[in-house]
Design a protein around this ligand. Sequence first.
Ligand code: PEP
Ligand code: MN
Length: 337
Amino acid sequence: MLIVMDAAATAEDVRRVVQTVESLGLAAHPIPGSQRTAIGITGNRGAVEPAAFENLPGVAEVIPVSAPYKLVSREAKKENTVVSVGGVPVGGKQLVVVAGPCAIESEAQAMETAHAVRSAGALLYRGGAFKPRTSPYSFQGLGEQGLKVLAKVRSETGLPIVTEVLDTETAELVAEYADCLQVGARNMQNFSLLRRLGRLGKPVLLKRGMSATIEELLLCAEYLLAEGNYQVILCERGVRTFSDHTRNTLDLSAVPYVQRISHLPILVDPSHGTGKRQKVLPLSRAAVAVGADGLLIEVHPHPEQALSDGPQALLPDMFVELMRQVRQLAPVVGREA
Ligand code: PEP
Ligand code: MN
């Protein structure tokens, strides 16, 4: 259920509603909007009786929310959420390109890539220090040493850092270094990790699981919001289908679908979505055209030597061309880049 406050409701009115919700043993989540505050209610097992709230001062409307997700829904918050990642707004007018290698392999590789993507126009840097690999024998990332390299990249280039967190054990450690914590496709439904990140309060980039529906993706985001963390960015990165000409099938229709029912920003990752370097540019154009809030792009100065995801990594000059085209396309869909 959602309680929508009147535009003229006072802070005291909001407090009274929150107290009433809590007195029923439920949790109240006030969501301030530009015009009015909405208060989401969670923790109920069955339907909540609207009569308990309808007549409280300042209450405009009590809406039963039929969708299983509440706090992530547009019903809860009309305006788009803009998440600040180290000062870079994600979800606003500016299209945000996050770029960098799949994995941090060495300081030289990380730094060379960072300078290349920054001068081409990337606003955020990505790179994994803890890598979720299909095989336990594949390169697992440099761990804390990789995080230290990321911190150096940030201090040398000014680019805020997006990096993956694999488990609850390392969540605090990764959060010390990262500006945004990436939850990978394989971990989308790791509910204890989501709860932990919900409490940590750092921005989270939540990637769609490889066989997850949009409803499942939004419910995972709901775990983060229900713990009090509203700084959530979604990411479409392709799903597994029978089609095998690309690594995954990039589901671009997810973007307008999510934007209709949720206020959270959504990025598109054509690198994992296609798994093929030559497909990254055309699918990036399509992602911008369909209205994505930004892109997640893997770049490597020497992809043939990459320790993970080499075949999908763009060479720096390909990334320059991608940025050039994105900059041209952005105004067509009312964005800046
Ligand atoms: C990544 O971003 O490098 C990654 C492992 O992505 P995904 O979780 O989408 O496979
Ligand atoms: Mn990768």
